[in-house]
Design a protein around this ligand. Structure first.
Ligand SMILES: Nc1ncnc2c1ncn2[C@@H]1O[C@H](COP(=O)(O)OP(=O)(O)O)[C@@H](O)[C@H]1O
Ligand SMILES: [Mg+2]
Length: 268
C-alpha cells in the first residue's frame, strides 16, 4: 500500500478560495476511488460542512475527541453521495480551542489507521496558532492565491513559513482567474503569478458564479451533471494531484477543445 498523503490547503489571506478548493478537490479525489478525509481546521469559523451540505450532521468535533467525549469514528461525517469521503470539523463555534500540534499529528495518524489515503486540511486564514496546527501533520501543501498582489504577497509569506517548517512539497492553485481581464492587461496571467511565486502550478480556476450557486446548494461543483468550466478545472487539478493527468484546462478557449498541453497554456 502506498503511503497516505496529508495535504494542507492554505493561503495566508482569507477569502481566496481555500474552502472551495478543499471541498472540490476532496470530492473529486473520492470520486476517483480514494478514501478521503477533509479536516476543517478553521477555528470558530468553520464552513466546509456547508459547502458539502453536511452541516446538519455534525454532532462531534475533533475537540470532543480530544476531550474524551466521543470516538474518532463518531466525529467523522460520511458523505452520503460518496461514502469514501468524510469530514472532520476541528471545533464548534465558541468551543474552547485547546488543540496542540501533537494533537493534530495524533488525529491524522488515527485517521490514516482507519484506511484513509488522503487527508486534506482546510486551513484558517492568517498565520497564527490555527495555521501552525493545521500545517504540522502535513507533508505537502497547496497554496491558493488569486491573481491579486495582496493575495500573492501572502502566498509568498506562507510559502516561506511552510519551508521553515519542513514542508517542501508545495504546489500552487490560482483561483478566480478572469481571462477577459488578462487579455486587457487588467489582471496578471496565471503564468505571471506562477513565475512570481516560483511554485509549481497544480491548476487554475476561473471566476465563476457557479461557485456561489454550488456553495449555497451544499453541492460541490464537481458533482454537477453538466460540469461548468470551474468544475472541470477543479477535476483536472484533482487528477494532477494524484498524478493521473498532465494537462491544464485552457481557460481562454473553453469551447475549442478543453484540454491543452502545458506549454501552450495561459500564454497571454
Ligand atoms: N472561482 C470562484 N469564482 C467565484 N467565486 C468564488 C470562486 N472561488 C471562491 N469564490 C467565492 O469566494 C468566497 C470565499 O471562498 P472560500 O473558499 O470560502 O475562501 P477561503 O476558504 O479561502 O476563505 C466564497 O463566497 C466563494 O463562493
Ligand atoms: Mg475557508
Amino acid at each position: 500500500m502506498t503511503e497516505a498523503r496529508i495535504i494542507v490547503v492554505t493561503s495566508g489571506k482569507g477569502g481566496v478560495g481555500k474552502t472551495t478548493t478543499s471541498a472540490n478537490l476532496g470530492m473529486s479525489i473520492a470520486r476517483l476511488g480514494y478514501k478521503v478525509c477533509l479536516i476543517d481546521a478553521d477555528i470558530g469559523l468553520r464552513n466546509l460542512d456547508l459547502l458539502l451540505g453536511l452541516e446538519n450532521r455534525i454532532l462531534y468535533t475533533a475537540i470532543d475527541i480530544l476531550d474524551g467525549e466521543c470516538r474518532l469514528d463518531q466525529a467523522l461525517i460520511r458523505d452520503k453521495r460518496w461514502k469514501n469521503l468524510s469530514l472532520l470539523s476541528m471545533s464548534r463555534n465558541r468551543q474552547r480551542y485547546n488543540v496542540t500540534r501533537a494533537h493534530m499529528v495524533q488525529l491524522c495518524e488515527a485517521i490514516i489507521a482507519l484506511g484513509y489515503q488522503f487527508i486534506l486540511l482546510d486551513c484558517p486564514a492568517g498565520i497564527d496558532v490555527g495555521f501552525i496546527n493545521a500545517i504540522s501533520p502535513a507533508k505537502e501543501a497547496l497554496i491558493v492565491t488569486t491573481p491579486e498582489i495582496t493575495s500573492i504577497r501572502d502566498a509568498d509569506r506562507v510559502a516561506g513559513l511552510l519551508e521553515a517548517n519542513g514542508i517542501y512539497n508545495v504546489k500552487l492553485l490560482v483561483n478566480r482567474v478572469r481571462p477577459d481581464m488578462i487579455q486587457k492587461n487588467d489582471m496578471m496571467s496565471v503564468k505571471d503569478v506562477q513565475e512570481m511565486l516560483g511554485i509549481p502550478l497544480l491548476g487554475a480556476i476561473p471566476e465563476d458564479p457557479q461557485v456561489i450557486i454550488s456553495t449555497n446548494r451544499g453541492e460541490p461543483l464537481v458533482l454537477q451533471k453538466q460540469l461548468s468550466l470551474s468544475g472541470i478545472a477543479f477535476e483536472n487539478a484533482a487528477r494532477r494531484l494524484i498524478g493521473k493527468q498532465d494537462y491544464f484546462v485552457d481557460l481562454n478557449n473553453p469551447h475549442k477543445g478543453l484540454f491543452q498541453k502545458i506549454g501552450e497554456m495561459f500564454g497571454s
